[in-house]
Every structure is written in C-alpha cells, then in structure tokens.
Write a protein of this length. Structure first.
Length: 60
C-alpha cells in the first residue's frame, strides 16, 4: 500500500502526526488531540491501547 493511501485509512493519526502535531499528545503509541482542543485520537495497533488510553483519560 502506498503511503498516501495509508493516510486515507488513518486520517486522524496522520493529521496528528503531521499538520496538527502541535495540537497532539502521544501516549503509548496512541495519538490524541490535547484535551483543551477535544478528547479525540487514533491508534494503529489495537492490542496496545490500554495504557495510553488510561494515561490520557487522567487529563480529560
């Protein structure tokens, strides 16, 4: 899969990694918007989300 097509499969992830990187926070390989903007994020590896979600939830 080409990288541009992959970006369409994970638009929030790549947005937070590229254009919105100043607005993002990363916890255990999950990218979130900083809580002052919105409680929203994306992950790629589903089996590695518990720790990151728990850490981020303490901020929201």
């Amino acid at each position: 899969m080409e990288i541009e097509e992959e970006k369409l499969d994970h638009p929030v992830w790549y947005s937070l990694q590229e254009e919105h990187r100043e607005l993002s926070a990363e916890y255990d390989n999950i990218r979130f918007y900083k809580p002052k903007y919105c409680p929203f994020g994306e992950f790629i590896e589903q089996d590695k989300t518990t720790t990151g979600i728990n850490e981020y939830s303490l901020l929201t």
